[in-house]
Write a protein that binds this ligand. Structure first.
Ligand code: TYD
Length: 393
């Protein structure tokens, strides 16, 4: 596989970087994770092209999360609570937290181009990877944190042990750690295997997070399923014995054990379904284009699409271009498959027979936005949870 967010120019084709994408499961700590890693310096650079604020639904999600942090995790009794966000990206959550002026915030973001946007928007940001050393520096300057939050960030960090050591230094004794990431059982349940790519080192489960937390004197207090990213889980942790674990946490723990028994989860079923899904998508596109003479274009040049397009071998001969709203991707080509990326604003004047919805996780938002295209008879093709023309009636 090429680098999932490695959108490139034509002159970069020749020296494109490839690695072996494989997933492993540890029978000891129960973690599902990548077997081979791309060095983070190759991924989170000054050209990192993902901006949290590119989705309206995500902004809404962060507004709700900010309210939850303010009301549930930093109640009035705490004076000027400090919320530190790991991987704050362009500062979307930090901005939503401004609605609660009592809260002090600090972002940590190693990708300097996205961090710059947060800084321009007036946020305090440390542009480094989070380590025990970074945590010590923060404590000296700002004091310990009441809440440490990380959304779709923890699964990107290869050395989680270093991060947990940092948590031990940074978190107040009765504070909370909150993180949410794509949930492994949501991926297996809907065969969204395109969530598997270089940046997603870990595919967390309640059991694996519980095991990891216990190694650092933390315990899982709560787990809250989220609809974002095609099914994510929010984990709430605290130092041992500071908070009472909820019955929801115990239930999810039990459910996961049951699912393992039912599906032999880390066994064959999911992988067979994944292979079938890739083949089915490629064959459907070939039939539409070659047999029926239809025109299909892509919608959303995402990191996920790098996995599905490369796994299914979908090249410009069957998908000539993809529309995307991110200016940094426009005019470039998709990693590995080299499909041109066009500015989204040109979509309105195009009239393709089908649109391949590569951002299936934003389906609701996209279908609401594209009512005009649908009214003209336009159709959306997608591959999650299985390959089909979407019912937009
Ligand atoms: P996302 O699924 O969040 O990305 P990833 O798989 O990389 O985590 O999608 C973000 C990309 O989708 C970003 O390049 C912007 C693009 N996009 C559109 O082009 N149109 C849209 O309506 C939305 C919501 C996103």
């Amino acid at each position: 596989m090429p680098i999932a967010n490695g959108f490139l120019t034509e002159d970069e084709f020749e020296n494109e970087f490839f690695y072996n994408l494989a997933v492993g499961y540890c029978y000891d700590c129960e973690m599902v994770q990548l077997a081979e890693l791309v060095p983070p310096e190759k991924l989170f650079t000054d050209k990192y092209p993902f901006f949290t604020s590119s989705s309206r639904n995500m902004i809404k999600h962060f507004a709700e999360m900010a309210e939850w942090i303010a009301i549930d995790l930093t109640p009035g009794a705490i004076k000027r609570p400090l919320v530190v966000e790991l991987g704050c990206n362009d500062g979307t959550l930090l901005t939503e937290l401004r609605a609660y002026p009592e809260i002090r915030t600090l972002g940590i973001e190693p990708s300097t181009n996205v961090a710059e946007i947060a800084i321009i928007n007036g946020h305090n940001v440390v542009t480094e990877f989070f380590t025990e050393g970074t945590a010590q520096g923060i404590v000296e300057e700002y004091g310990q944190a009441d809440v440490i939050v990380a959304t779709n960030t923890m699964c990107h960090i290869p050395d989680l042990h270093e991060v947990f050591k940092g948590f031990q230094v940074l978190l107040k004794p009765d504070g909370y750690i909150v993180f949410e990431d794509p949930y492994w059982y949501a991926i297996t349940a809907q065969t969204s295997f395109d969530q598997i790519y270089d940046e997603h080192v870990y595919y967390f489960t309640v059991k694996a997070v519980d095991d990891l937390a216990s190694k650092y004197c933390f315990e899982l207090v709560d787990v809250l399923p989220q609809a974002v990213h095609g099914g994510a889980m929010r984990y709430v942790l605290g130092f041992n014995k500071q908070h009472r674990p909820t019955s929801r946490f115990r239930y999810m723990h039990w459910m996961e054990t049951k699912m393992d028994w039912d599906n032999k989860v880390n066994g064959d079923t999911f992988y067979q379904a994944a292979i079938y899904q890739g083949l089915d998508l490629a064959m459907s596109l070939v039939n539409m284009v070659r047999k029926d003479g239809k025109r299909v274009v892509g919608y959303g040049a995402t990191s996920k699409s790098t996995t599905i397009l490369n796994a299914a071998g979908i090249a410009p001969n069957i998908l000539p271009y993809i529309y995307d709203t991110t200016p940094q991707k426009q005019g470039k080509f998709t990693p590995g498959t080299h499909i041109p990326i066009r500015p989204y604003k040109e979509f309105k004047d195009d009239d393709p027979d089908y649109v391949l919805l590569l951002i299936w996780n934003h389906a609701e938002e996209v279908l609401a936005k594209e009512q005009e295209y649908i009214a003209k008879g336009g159709k959306f093709l997608t591959h999650v949870p299985y390959v089909r023309i979407m019912d937009t009636s």
